[in-house]
Write a protein that binds this ligand. Structure first.
Ligand code: GLN
Length: 302
């Protein structure tokens, strides 16, 4: 007896629900669309069809992977960030909606000199931007793509210590027609600047560094702790290692009037603000919240 697509995706949804997957319906539909190569908007017209046995087996292989905790985005190999398509694979962190808040804030600063409508800096003619630990390239590429659309001249450099990540980031730049807009450099944080870019200083340094305290990693969802790169998550004993290392290098790499924009964990506002205050570089340090009203973005002007 052959089942319809509706019946099959219902069974898959139940299987995912029983494994504690929260968006079970969405995931079972998305995996179906991915398998047959149709946009999700076409799903409704598919429900009535019956599915060949080979496709059915193929479908449940995908469902089993998702049921075991593999992130949906790694299975389908892509995600969206700032309305742009990004390829993702286990070598890079999956771009999060929280990070869109960071990018939106950065673009507002560049375009208007305001942050959440508060004037924060004088307008600049052009922006030399550095994205540290770019991973999939989501921050660097979306800034490079969107800035010119809002009338901002931006030249973006992106570093990552991981060769695998940079390979994906470069593919993402190509995918978005931004290969000439972002310069990718390999190395640990500012390390490539010693070689490729000398002592170059930037108008904006932006980063979503690893910030989870090592012992918290074990408490994260299976999707994150068993599948995403530790290198992109583990911020050391107190989660703040990378912020300290970034802060140390700022005198050399951030221009006067330059802006620092960092994503932080929801409980790191005071600690990260403290690290930046100690540098005595900044006259304005602010923290803003993400859509869930959690502290997420640190902004500072030199
Ligand atoms: N926001 C990510 C998470 O919740 C962590 C990203 C990071 O460490 N930069 O898993």
């Amino acid at each position: 007896m052959s089942l319809t697509v509706k019946q099959i995706t219902d069974i898959a949804t139940k299987q995912l629900e029983s494994c504690g997957i929260s968006d079970a319906r969405r995931d079972s539909d998305t995996l179906y669309c991915y398998m047959v190569g149709i946009p999700e908007s076409k799903m409704f017209t598919e429900y009535q069809y019956t599915l060949q046995e080979v496709l059915c087996d193929k479908y449940f292989d995908l469902i089993d992977r998702r049921a075991s905790g593999e992130p949906l985005q790694y299975i389908v190999g892509s995600t969206e960030f700032m309305g742009l398509p990004f390829k993702v694979a286990p070598g890079v962190l999956i771009p999060r909606q929280d990070t869109e808040t960071l990018v939106e804030d950065a673009l507002e600063v560049m375009e208007r000199g305001t942050l959440r409508r508060d004037p924060v800096i004088d307008l600049k003619k052009s922006w030399d931007v550095l994205d540290l630990g770019t991973g999939s390239g989501a921050i660097a590429i979306s800034i490079a793509k969107i800035a010119p659309e809002v009338g901002v001249k931006a030249s973006v450099t992106a570093s990552d210590i991981s060769k695998d990540a940079l390979k994906i980031a470069r593919e993402n730049a190509r995918l978005n027609g931004a290969e000439k807009m972002v310069k990718f450099v390999e190395g640990d944080l500012f390390a490539p600047l010693g070689g490729v870019l000398g002592t170059k200083k930037f108008d904006m340094i932006i980063s979503n560094p690893p910030y989870i305290p090592t012992e918290v990693i074990d408490t994260l969802q299976v999707e994150v702790k068993d599948h995403e790169p530790m290198m992109a998550l583990d911020g050391g004993e107190d989660g703040l290692d990378i912020y300290r290392r970034i802060a140390e290098a700022l005198p050399k790499h951030l221009k006067k009037d330059g802006v620092l924009m960092l994503e932080i964990g929801h409980d790191q506002r005071e600690a990260v603000t403290g690290i930046l205050k100690e540098t005595e570089l900044f006259f304005d340090i602010r923290c803003h919240q993400d859509l869930a009203r959690k502290d997420r973005v640190i902004f500072a002007v030199r």
